[in-house]
Design a protein around this ligand. Structure first.
Ligand SMILES: [Zn+2]
Length: 676
């Protein structure tokens, strides 16, 4: 299969090259017409997937080794994360007076937020920082395995392997440079926040010790929670009056109709259709695109339910071949799991905290990405796109939760309205503006410190799976790859890497003797790709403004731009091209937004790119652009995306790759709206 695929791709590409040189291509016109843009992409993706399993390597022993390494790599994550939930492996810590506490991550997190005694918090933090000790060996083996896996395949590092083939970042160098710069930029704000926490600590302890109050790693969460409490004076139940699940769902229906012209019809799943009682079925339609798919909503809390909010694709969307089903589309099906842990005091129905509502919007972003994706192949459908783009729509949707105009739809007390919870957008009483202000401010109280934490994790992830991994020196396995300067000589541990990342990115000092990396399950899953979350936050902050949603979050023109340029293409465009396309789409703004006809959109974009009226008419008629026009459009979009921020640019070229600009996100943190 690999050889046939490689041969077919090579024949296609050499034929294209021949046509460009006006020579006779290897493939005839009919064979060439069999390839489209998406099929070329899918072929490259499949080829690359096979190569990551070593199929292309010349020697049998190399192939066998890669297969062995790839299999081992698949096991570390499960073992590492299983240890974190295994009480006997994480252990317990004595916290005085005959009491002890489990070191399970959720328990540790809860205690670090709520335990008022600093000595107990310290004891918990120190003990958790050495547990589970079995993960040390697993992590080292995982690092060594991934390093070898990358080197055998001639990649300089595992991080580079993960970024190869369709990421925005392209090189680990770009990512690290971006993270280090962002660390410098956010530090003054983080120090301001730390000062506020220090004041809180001083005020709560012995006044004579006030001057010496230092915020240690075990203090951050405790005093961050106190800082939030100071800002949110209303009781937690105040919001629940407005967030009963039926009312939130009615709000979502209004929101998605206004912004994307999506019609959500919610009903109870038929007996035997859902996996638990209370699962809802939403059939989604668009007036022009027709049926879009089905989302199953599982919002009721129950014992044994999957512990975090998530969207599971069940069936991917794609075009059906003309022979089957008359050339329509295979409609996607997915499951959205989220939580509503409170109770609405007026209706008695399950209700969502502000955080749960934001999480629901995040997952809804993933669902809409999938529902509105119009790719030919399921391999490129919706969220099956580049790792550093996939979280952008979901982060964009989170911004809906800080906008009073959107929250006036989502959070209303509809219990007394005549039409019930399903009524009109204006039914019932909206969440008071003052309460929303409190909630947004509370969420942003330590946004800069929280970003620092994300930067630490992202840097640890890059360095752990970079060119100089901890636990070396390793014997070079591939004579074709140049050994980077200093690799063989370098000996470091995983906690050295953590300490270095803390020194670069955090205002809260590293605690000697701890190894927090033993508890970061994300290292196993995201190996080399964790930076994607920071990329997504920065990109979403920019796109929120750039698409016009910040100004008018319910505007269908902005919604159309997001649908056509961000969600629709799924993985069928390279990330850089996708973002360049958004820049162009915004430049042609209303003319693009006024129609969902692709030919008219193409014509409008061509006009904006300066193509003559004749060319535009031809493009509109043929429903496609000439290659030179595409190249020109692409260049124009790229120029816009890479322009200085004052001219609307939102990307930067860095070390052979690309990164978002971070100024708009930092502005949001500064303005008290950057919480995550
Ligand atoms: Zn997500």
């Amino acid at each position: 299969m690999y050889q046939v695929l490689s041969g077919a791709l090579a024949a296609y590409e050499s034929s294209l090259a021949a046509l460009e040189k006006r020579e006779t291509p290897r493939l005839g016109p009919r064979q060439l017409a069999g390839w489209c843009r998406e099929s070329v992409m899918v072929a490259h993706k499949l080829k690359q997937d096979m190569e990551q399993a070593g199929v292309h390597l010349p020697s049998e022993s190399h192939r066998a080794r890669v297969a062995e390494l790839a299999a081992a790599n698949g096991h570390f994550g499960a073992a590492f994360n299983a240890a974190l939930t295994e009480p006997s492996k994480v252990g317990r810590v004595r916290i005085g007076l005959g009491r002890s506490a489990s070191l399970e991550p959720s328990n540790v997190a809860a205690l670090l937020v709520s335990e008022p005694d600093e000595q107990i918090r310290k004891r918990i933090y120190l003990a958790a920082g050495k547990s589970p000790s079995c993960n040390q060996r697993l992590l080292e083996e995982m690092v060594a395995t991934r390093w070898e896996l990358a080197r055998v395949q001639s990649y300089p590092s595992y991080a580079a392997l993960r970024m190869a083939g369709g990421s925005l970042a392209r090189t680990p160098g770009a990512v690290v440079a971006f993270l280090e710069q962002l660390a410098v930029d956010v530090r003054p704000m983080a120090e301001q926040e730390l000062l506020a926490l220090r004041r809180l600590k001083a005020a709560s302890s012995d006044p004579s010790a006030a001057a010496a109050a230092t915020i240690h790693a075990w203090d951050v969460e405790y005093y961050a929670a106190r800082a939030r409490q100071q800002l949110i004076t209303s009781p937690p139940s105040a919001v629940l009056r407005y967030t009963a699940v039926p009312s939130v769902l009615a709000g979502i229906r209004h929101l998605l109709w206004q912004v994307f012209r999506m019609e959500w019809r919610v009903s109870e799943a038929a007996p035997g259709e859902g996996w638990a009682p209370g699962v809802l079925r939403c059939d989604v339609e668009h007036p022009e695109l027709g049926p879009l798919g089905v989302v199953y909503l599982d919002l009721e809390d129950r014992p044994g339910k999957y512990p975090t909010a998530v969207t599971f694709p069940i069936t991917c969307g794609r075009e059906l071949p003309p022979a089957r089903g008359g050339g329509g589309r295979q409609l996607p099906v997915m499951a959205l799991l989220a939580s509503a842990s409170g109770t609405c005091p007026t209706s008695g129905k399950p209700a969502m905290s502000y955080r749960e509502l934001r999480v629901l919007l995040h997952e809804l972003g993933h669902c809409c990405h999938n529902l509105l994706s119009r790719t030919k192949y399921q391999h490129l459908w919706g969220t099956r796109c580049a790792q550093d783009i996939v979280e952008v729509p979901s982060h964009l949707f989170e911004y809906f939760a800080s906008d009073p105009r959107v929250m006036a739809l989502l959070a209303r007390d509809r219990s007394a309205s005549p039409a019930g919870a399903d009524g009109a957008p204006e039914d019932g009483e909206p969440l008071p503006a003052g309460l929303l202000k409190e909630l947004v401010a509370g969420r942003s109280a330590t946004a800069a410190l929280e970003l620092q934490q994300q930067l630490v994790l992202s840097l640890v992830d890059q360095w752990m799976f970079g060119e100089q991994p901890p636990g070396g020196p390793y014997a070079e396995v591939n004579p074709d790859v140049a050994i980077p300067e200093g690799t063989a000589a370098r000996v470091s541990t995983t906690s050295d890497i953590w300490r270095q990342a803390v020194e670069v990115a955090s205002s809260v000092p590293y605690v000697q003797g701890t190894s927090p990396e033993l508890r970061v399950g994300h290292l196993t899953i995201y190996g080399g790709a964790y930076y994607s979350y920071v990329y997504a936050r920065c990109l979403a902050a920019q796109l929120w403004r750039l698409t016009g949603l910040a100004e008018a979050p319910l505007d269908p023109v902005a919604g159309n731009l997001v649908r056509e340029r961000l969600l629709g293409p799924g993985g069928s465009l390279e990330p850089l091209e996708l973002l360049a396309g958004l820049a162009i789409g915004r430049a042609v703004g209303t003319s693009l937004g006024s129609t969902s006809d692709p030919a008219a959109a193409v014509a409008a974009a061509a006009a904006a790119a300066g193509a003559g009226p004749g060319a535009v008419a031809v493009a509109a008629r043929q429903r496609r652009l000439e290659p030179w026009q595409v190249a020109r459009l692409r260049q124009r979009g790229l120029d816009k995306a890479l322009a200085p921020p004052a001219e609307g640019g939102f990307l930067q070229a860095l070390q052979g790759g690309f990164a978002p600009r971070s100024e708009p996100y930092l502005d949001l943190i500064r303005g008290g709206c950057g919480g995550a």
